[in-house]
Design a protein around this ligand. Structure first.
Ligand code: AMP
Ligand code: MG
Length: 578
């Protein structure tokens, strides 16, 4: 009994508490023709029946940031030097082209075709390379760097902003969806502080691969369209140990529905620019939360409650795949609750709630088991921003909304993990079953991803007889636990409550939510090492594999992606240096 209480209590502490939001449906891989695109301009100027077209020449492809330029004051200073910027949301600034040769080394066909309406042959053109490397801007588009602030590791850090990123335009695609395109690593801006405005190849490969992988895991995230490498020297002290090394500059073209962060609003509240704060807030609500009526007296509360619920959803989704973001500062938390700003992230391997992916995070503030409560911290900071715009009654209600966050998290967490265990419906003891299983994993350090996956693949008979074949290595690890057979008994009893189910169905269901492949640190590291030697084949291979994380793939198996991490990777470290 004591053991049970301990299990449940430790997990209550660990997981804090979320709810679901609707995910964007994945867009299907359509083939369409350019001609049709321009002939049919009904809905949003782009009729639905032209799902079959792609643009083959960048001459006809237009980006625009007019919405921002018309709506907000732009920094009147146009020179590009580091400074404190006030009374605006953006500074107009051009990317700095690389001095050396640039090469496109990877791109996402799906992003090009289904988000940007571009035929993938466009990626072979010099125009494309110029645009995605920051060498040239798209005609008619004025690049912008965004001014934002943020709480870093719990402390207000003042002005941060796009110090090495340029918003090069927004594109409204054939579905009528508006996407913002941002280069990362494209040179200095007024927000560069002491930085050089660049991103190195290693961190760019990681962001390129991981943001796409997270998307294919079904988690809201920014996407990566392309990866360019230069020969420009960029110096980094990767482990902050006095050993700077020469690396190469790279640029990722990232796309998201919006790049606004909690920190976008924070800087305006802190510097008392309340008119501008209200303006940005109203814009964000109208543009990205269309069902919220901003003119309604409870409009801001409605907005806040959605951010609370979507943050809870995102934190639970991260947990469900063992993803630790690494730097959950308010400037890295999207107002749309999508995963952004990939840095020292990590997928947990052996199961450990104290898993900290970032070696620079000495106190483990952003350990995986803390993410849910950090979500709460960040939402509190958002509420502080909203407070000057709320009356006393609304402030009270906002606190009540915030108080609901733990339950939202907890419910969503339970829903996701119930699905991971193949449970149908909702039974009283489900949370105990889940937490018990996680506790066994914690005690045995069983691999998080593969334990769930192998539980999805093993038959109920094999499990019941504790007959675990050798290839189910992660299950073998957890099975050494004294209480494993007790858990199996409970689990099988619970499975019997699944109405009109079969074991085949259970396994089919579970393999659709328990990935076989995630971007393990050693896989990213191996791709980075080759990329640094100018071999990008592994980057592209991983990109392909991680597009279908739930499907067994022969080549991925041969590469060992569903095996224990190789011994050379045991002490791999990732830091903030990027
Ligand atoms: P990050 O840790 O990447 O989320 O960045 C935190 C802040 O530091 C943001 O304002 C970045 O734009 C800025 N920053 C990070 N690296 C650089 C760099 N190499 N040059 C200029 N600014 C940077
Ligand atoms: Mg950031």
């Amino acid at each position: 009994m004591k053991y049970w209480l301990l299990v449940v209590f430790s997990w209550m502490l660990l997981i804090g508490y979320a709810e679901c939001c609707q995910m964007d449906p994945l867009l299907g891989p359509d083939v369409f023709s350019y001609k049709h695109f321009y002939m049919n301009k009904s809905n949003n100027g782009l009729g639905y029946c032209e799902r079959r077209m792609k643009i083959t020449s960048l001459d006809r492809w237009r980006l625009s940031l007019d919405v921002f330029i018309d709506m907000f004051p732009i920094d009147p200073i146009r020179e590009n030097y580091v400074r404190r910027v006030r009374h605006c949301i953006f500074s107009a600034v051009y990317p700095t082209p690389f001095k050396s040769r640039v090469r496109l080394v990877a791109f996402s066909q799906e992003v090009l075709e289904n988000i940007l309406d571009l035929h993938s042959s466009v990626a072979e053109t010099d125009d494309f390379l110029q645009i995605v490397s920051g060498g040239r801007t798209v005609p008619g588009s004025l690049p912008l760097a965004h001014r934002y602030g943020g709480h870093q590791f719990g402390i207000w850090a003042g002005q941060l902003g796009d110090g090495r990123a340029h918003l090069i335009g927004a594109y409204t695609n054939r579905y009528g969806d508006r996407w913002e395109l941002q280069l990362k690593g494209s040179g200095k801006t007024p927000y560069s502080r002491n930085g050089d405005g660049r991103a190195v190849l290693r961190s760019s490969v990681r962001e390129f691969l991981c943001s796409e992988a997270v998307h294919y895991l079904g988690i809201p995230t920014s996407r990566a369209a392309s990866l360019v490498v230069s020969d420009d020297e960029v110096w980094r002290d990767q482990f902050y140990n006095g050993n700077p090394k020469k690396e190469r500059g790279a640029v990722v073209l990232r796309v998201a529905k919006s790049w606004f962060r909690i920190g976008s609003l924070e800087i305006l509240a802190v510097s008392q620019e309340l008119d501008l704060l209200r303006k940005l807030l109203d814009f964000v609500i109208q543009e990205y939360f269309p069902s919220v009526d901003v003119s309604d007296s409870y409009g801001y509360l409605d907005f806040f409650s959605r951010v609370v619920s979507q943050t809870a959803n995102l934190m639970a989704l991260w947990m469900s795949v063992g993803f630790a973001h690494g730097v959950c500062n308010t400037d890295n938390f999207s107002l749309l609750s999508i995963t952004i700003d990939y840095g020292p992230f990590g997928f947990m391997e052996s199961y450990d709630p104290d898993f900290v992916p970032n070696i620079s995070d000495d106190e483990g503030r952003y350990k995986i088991g803390n993410q849910a409560s950090i979500g709460m911290f960040n939402l509190k900071k958002l509420l502080q921003v909203l407070n000057p715009l709320l009356n006393s009654r609304e402030k009270q209600l906002a606190l009540q909304i915030l108080d609901g966050y733990p339950d939202l998290y907890y419910n969503r967490f339970a829903e996701l993990f119930r699905a991971k265990l193949g449970l149908l419906g909702d039974s009283e003891d489900d949370v105990s079953l889940i937490t018990f299983f996680l506790k066994l994993m914690e005690d045995t350090k069983a691999d998080f991803t593969m334990t769930f996956r192998q539980l999805s693949e093993i038959t109920q008979d094999q499990l019941m007889n504790l007959h675990i074949p050798q290839e189910f290595w992660a299950l073998q690890d957890i099975a050494v636990h004294t209480f494993f057979s007790d858990w199996v008994t409970m689990y099988i009893l619970r499975l019997q409550k699944n109405a009109s189910d079969s074991d085949t169905e259970r396994r089919r269901r579970m393999t659709r939510v328990n990935p076989r492949y995630v971007l393990r640190n050693w896989m990213a590291e191996s791709a980075v090492r080759k990329a640094e030697m100018n071999d990008f084949s592994e980057v592209r291979f991983l990109q392909q594999v991680l597009q279908r994380p739930f499907q067994v793939q022969k080549k991925a198996e041969e590469a060992g992606f569903s095996l224990q991490p190789p011994s050379w990777a045991r002490n791999l470290k990732v830091s903030c240096s990027s």
